[in-house]
Design a protein around this ligand. Structure first.
Ligand code: UDP
Ligand code: MG
Length: 308
């Protein structure tokens, strides 16, 4: 299998401290495999010296390919750009911060040689993440997997090995809102799971704040489930039934006992409650319609400035 090519795909967004550490580490590991490889580095519109650092590395080493995007498109789009530009028989997406240990690639490759098309890396320990990130991540996987038909394996990131066959299937999914974990899960194939411990970032800082993560979670859920849309039908039906029963009760009571004026508090409470419920319903509709709107424009997922 020595003539086969391994592609490492890595998105870089303001990772100047990481470039040379990352490249050195990858070379150290991949040289042990005696296979040929390429490293596809996507510069996702970095505003620091990431691109210059990448160019310096490229001068020293012929395996490096730089895909320079025209601006910051976000991690999912950058990863897609890298995957589309990769030439390998197997492709390994990895983050630049080395939170996912590159040594694991050797085990990925063993599984691949055993005939697996996908090898996932599963974090069995997230103690390097903050408590709030761990709790929200756990909630996300729970909710997502209850309401979506495509189950996303828990604590599995984008770090994995896929064969070209899997990549070609992935490329048939045209959506512009790319929740990669979900898309990877959707295409299927014979999958192995390797467990590992997630480290702290080696340098630099996370590019995801709470708001970005919230929207990322919404992308995931809206991409793979429409349950939140159907939910309102059942909630509406339930409330209408209760209202009907209560209404009948009031009518009968009035007929039997005569007119009874008090009731201002309960009336106001019900009106406000129903108002709130309706606005939430409209909000959920809005989330889907907004995504539909963006999708309907059919804009490209990313724009490449140049490939170096
Ligand atoms: N990244 C990117 N574009 C962005 C944000 C992040 O290409 O808009 C890259 C980043 O450089 C890193 C990877 O995505 O290689 C993961 O980012 P980060 O480590 O900040 O995410 P976290 O591990 O905190 O979820
Ligand atoms: Mg990270």
């Amino acid at each position: 299998m020595n003539h086969q090519l391994i592609s490492i795909v890595c998105p870089f967004f303001n990772e100047q401290e990481m470039v040379s550490i990352f490249i050195n580490e990858i070379y150290k590991i991949l040289n042990q495999t005696h296979k040929s490889f390429e490293i596809v580095c996507v510069n996702d519109g970095s505003t620091d010296s990431t691109l210059e650092q990448l160019l310096l590395e490229k001068k020293k080493r012929k395996e490096i390919k730089i895909v320079n995007l025209s601006r910051n498109f976000g991690k999912e789009a950058a990863l897609t750009a890298g995957l589309d530009s990769s030439k390998g028989d197997v492709i390994i997406p990895i983050d630049a911060d080395l939170q996912d240990p590159p040594e694991l690639m050797l085990r990925f490759l063993e599984y691949w040689e055993k005939g697996y098309e996908v090898v996932l890396a599963k974090r069995n320990d997230r103690s390097s993440d903050s408590l709030s990130k761990r709790i929200t991540a756990k909630m996300f996987y729970k909710v997502h997997n209850i309401i979506s038909t495509t189950k996303v394996p828990e604590n599995v990131g984008d770090y994995r090995l896929i064969t070209r066959k899997v990549l070609q299937s992935l490329q048939k999914l045209p959506e512009s809102q790319r929740f990669m974990k979900g898309l990877f899960a959707w295409v299927g194939y014979k999958t192995a799971i390797v467990e590992y411990r997630r480290d702290e970032r080696k340098a630099g800082c996370t590019k995801f704040n709470g708001w970005k993560l919230w929207n990322f979670a919404l992308d995931g859920i809206t991409s793979f489930s429409t349950i939140l849309l159907s939910f309102w039908l059942y909630l509406g039906a339930a409330i209408a039934s209760v209202a009907f029963i209560y209404g009948s009760f009031i009518v009968i009571k009035t007929l039997v006992l005569g007119v009874d004026v008090p009731g201002y508090a309960s009336l106001l409470t019900i009106i406000l409650f129903m108002g709130g419920i309706q606005i939430i319903g409209i909000g959920v509709l809005g989330e889907y319609i907004g995504r539909l709107y963006i999708e309907s424009k059919g804009r490209p997922i990313y724009i490449i400035d140049e490939i170096l």
